[in-house]
Design a binder for this molecule. Structure first.
Ligand code: GRF
Length: 219
């Protein structure tokens, strides 16, 4: 049997997506271990979810510039020898050097149906746009913000009377199974990225995989 996949998680906030991965490991749904949790926010609640020796957190103001921060972060991530690096609520833009260093094994979960609503305040923007549906995407990371190839998405309806908070809560509830199912495919070696296309079991995906209500991904 092969060793459990090593996953590094980058997080700036509460860490509910990290918790979902930890729960997936604890319940045997993910044959993985969290090899490290990395943050630009030393007070991030996400850090408390793992043992102190697995935590790395440094504020960017401790560094001369973005490159210096990214190099230190990249060295720390590389030191835990991750198979996959998952950005889960990591709120700082990663520089091109970092992205290239981990290209092909760096993914992010973003709370919108990309390519709609890249960047911040996605729930308010979906409401403003009058979208009938909203959701979350897991994508490979490229230097341009939220622009990498999308692997999988989960959709929710926008309901009459939604506020950005009620909509965010509905999206978060599908983010967790979406992330779990997608990371599972990644660590099973079933998904890869080639020239801007996602391959599933060696075949090009022309649309992102879709999560069903049972938490399973479908073409
Ligand atoms: C999630 O909505 C994620 O998609 C976004 O930030 C939020 C992080 O939530 N980028 P958590 O820290 O995982 O609870």
């Amino acid at each position: 049997m092969s060793a459990p996949a090593r996953i590094a998680v980058l997080a700036s906030g509460r860490g509910s997506n990290l918790q979902c991965l930890l729960d997936g490991i604890a319940t045997g749904q993910l044959d993985a271990r969290i090899a490290g949790v990395f943050s630009d926010k030393p007070a991030a609640a996400a850090l408390d979810k793992v043992a102190p020796e697995l935590r790395w957190a440094r504020p960017p103001r401790d560094f001369a510039n973005r490159e210096a921060f990214d190099t230190a972060l990249g060295d720390a991530v590389a030191a835990c020898a991750p198979d996959w690096i998952v950005c889960a609520g990591y709120m700082r833009i990663l520089g091109a050097g970092f992205v290239q260093r981990f290209a092909g094994r760096l993914v992010n979960i973003h709370p919108s149906l990309l390519p709609l609503h890249k960047g911040l305040h996605t729930h308010a923007r979906a409401l403003e746009a009058g979208d009938a549906e909203h959701g979350a995407s897991v994508h490979f990371v490229v230097p341009e913000l939220d622009a990498g190839t999308v692997i999988a998405q989960a959709r929710v309806p926008v309901l009459a009377g939604d506020s950005s908070d009620t909509l965010a809560a509905r999206v978060l509830a599908v983010e967790h199974p979406l992330l779990l199912a997608t990371v599972r495919l990644l660590i099973e070696g079933r998904v890869a990225e080639r020239d801007g296309t996602v391959l599933l079991d060696g075949q090009s995906l022309f649309n992102p995989l879709r999560l069903d209500s049972a938490g399973t991904l479908h073409r």
